[in-house]
Design a protein around this ligand. Structure first.
Ligand code: XMP
Length: 486
């Protein structure tokens, strides 16, 4: 190998470049002329705000994922918990809202009030649909709500407190949510079953869902009007079961969480899940940073690629292993890898986002979306409680390859590495508590809109095409040492 083959060139990080202000036709970033909708993965619904909260255990659990999806982004639930717990977190997000509940909680009318309460702790709905006979086949005899439960004793059959079918107002198949809400207001009810011509239940509209739907106009929704959510899986034993259980829970995107996506594991797991197990859920794989790495992930059958080796705030891979590619170059490498593809893989720029302007830069470099970890870690919706440190409220943020995260993995039995052998490539630290993640998301989105307006980009595709960088010759500060600003 000669010198040129050995040294591949120069790498650019976020601080090494700035976007060039271009002649722009966009009057204002608030004028609604800019559309930031972007794909996360092939065959997954696109999201309106191209920002994803990272699958780190100090960043994304169900609360963060719910908030992100409500506001048009996306959250990937971390995998440092049991399969049951992770599935439960996914369910919690999926159960949050829907346009029409086509799988309402159903229970026999001779079951007790206590049984119904138990069912609702799992399903988190404000009503149960009651039926007679062996199994529910769409025919229902009544509806009962917690208010009805309060009217009886726990061991009383539901039939004694329910509103019977002949007193329930319904709407016919095809009625829109808005029309159903009009009927609900007219009759002063909050639940409205939709029935087919055969009288069988098709689904249930509720005023609660309607309110949520209006409260979050950008919400990231699946084709049943439920919030989108992702979940991370690993490569160790038990992870195929994890992936299958998450798929069963109707997670929208699986994220194969490997620090080095160029390993054989990527191909093996994708093959096993997609070919052998027939999993249809889109799978994002990574992380890669080179052109070859991105092509390898694509050719292994992934539906999206996560790009970033070493830029993370709590990441120590560049120090410990001496490995990494500055993030702007890494994203450009992936974009170049797919430049001639007829249907290029969506690119997630993962890590290194410290300031709103970094989002615009990542997308200008070719990312469709960005994944953000530490900036979201100190927020209300991230897992864990704030702690008082010298009079200042802080929350923990840690690398998933840190020693404290490793201890958790050992306790969960999800690693085969021994503690004696393990060398961390991530750190544990504390970040100031900053209130709701919605504030952070708002700033990041605002920065993106502004960067796009300077670049005359009405869409993410135009941002890829038109945006230009200038290299700034200031001493670059390694991405993971740059202070968090939000
Ligand atoms: P930010 O900068 O947003 O980056 O906090 C989030 C991303 O950092 C990666 N990550 C790690 N990388 N060692 C690493 O080398 C770690 O321990 C570690 N933990 C997280 C990950 O890609 C995440 O999305």
């Amino acid at each position: 190998m000669n010198r040129q083959q050995k040294i591949l060139g120069e790498g650019l990080g976020f601080d090494d470049v700035m976007l060039v202000p271009l002649r722009s036709t966009i009057r204002s970033r608030y004028s609604g002329e800019i559309e930031t909708t972007a794909p996360i993965a092939k065959d997954a619904p696109p999201i309106a705000v191209p920002i994803i909260s990272a699958n780190m255990d100090t960043v994304t659990g169900w609360r963060m994922a719910t908030l992100m999806a409500n506001l048009g982004g996306f959250g990937v639930i971390h995998r440092f918990m049991s399969i049951e717990e992770q599935v439960n977190e996914v369910r919690k997000v999926k159960e949050r809202m829907r346009v029409l509940e086509d799988r309402p909680p159903v229970i026999r009318c001779d079951a007790t009030i206590q049984d119904a309460r138990r069912l609702l702790t799992v399903r988190e709905r404000g009503y149960v649909i009651l039926y007679e006979g062996e199994a529910f086949n769409g025919e229902f005899v009544g509806i009962a709500t917690p208010r009805d439960f309060d009217a009886g004793r726990p061991d009383m059959p539901l039939s004694e407190v329910m509103t019977p079918r002949n007193r329930i107002h319904t709407v016919p198949q095809g009625t829109s949510l808005e029309d159903a809400v009009r009927v609900m207001r007219q009759h002063r009810v909050e639940k409205m079953p939709m029935v087919g011509a055969d009288g069988k239940l098709i689904g249930v509209y509720t005023t609660k869902d309607y309110k949520l739907y209006n409260q979050y106009p950008l919400a990231s929704l699946d084709n049943r009007g439920r919030l989108l959510v992702g979940a991370a899986i690993g490569v160790q034993r038990g992870e195929i079961e994890r992936a299958l259980a998450l798929t069963e829970a109707e997670v929208d995107v699986l994220v194969l969480d490997i620090a080095h996506g160029g390993l054989d594991y990527t191909q093996e797991i994708l093959h096993r899940l997609k070919i052998q197990e027939g999993v249809k859920t889109p799978i994002v794989a990574g992380n890669v940073a080179s052109t070859d790495g991105a092509k390898y992930v694509r050719d292994s059958g992934a539906d999206g690629v996560k790009v970033g080796v070493g830029p993370g705030y709590v990441c120590e891979t560049r120090d410990v292993a001496g490995v990494g590619i500055p993030q702007i170059t890494a994203i450009m490498n992936a974009a170049e890898a797919f430049a001639h593809d007829s249907d290029p893989l969506p690119i997630i720029g993962d890590g290194g986002i410290r300031k709103p302007g970094d989002v615009a830069k990542a997308i200008a470099a070719g990312a469709h979306t960005v994944m953000v970890g530490s900036l979201f870690a100190g927020t209300e919706e991230s897992p864990g409680e704030p702690v008082d440190q010298d009079g200042m409220l802080k929350k923990m943020v840690r690398g998933m390859a840190s020693s404290t995260a490793f201890e958790k993995r050992l306790a969960l039995g999800s690693t085969t590495t021994s503690a004696d052998e393990y060398v961390p490539e991530g750190r544990t630290t504390f970040t100031p508590y900053k209130g709701s993640a919605s504030k952070v998301l708002k700033k990041l989105r605002g920065g993106l809109l502004s960067g796009m307006s300077y670049s005359d980009a009405h869409t993410i595709a135009e941002m890829h095409e038109k945006a230009q960088f200038i290299i700034v010759r200031t001493p670059a500060m390694p991405e993971q040492r740059r202070p968090l600003q939000s």
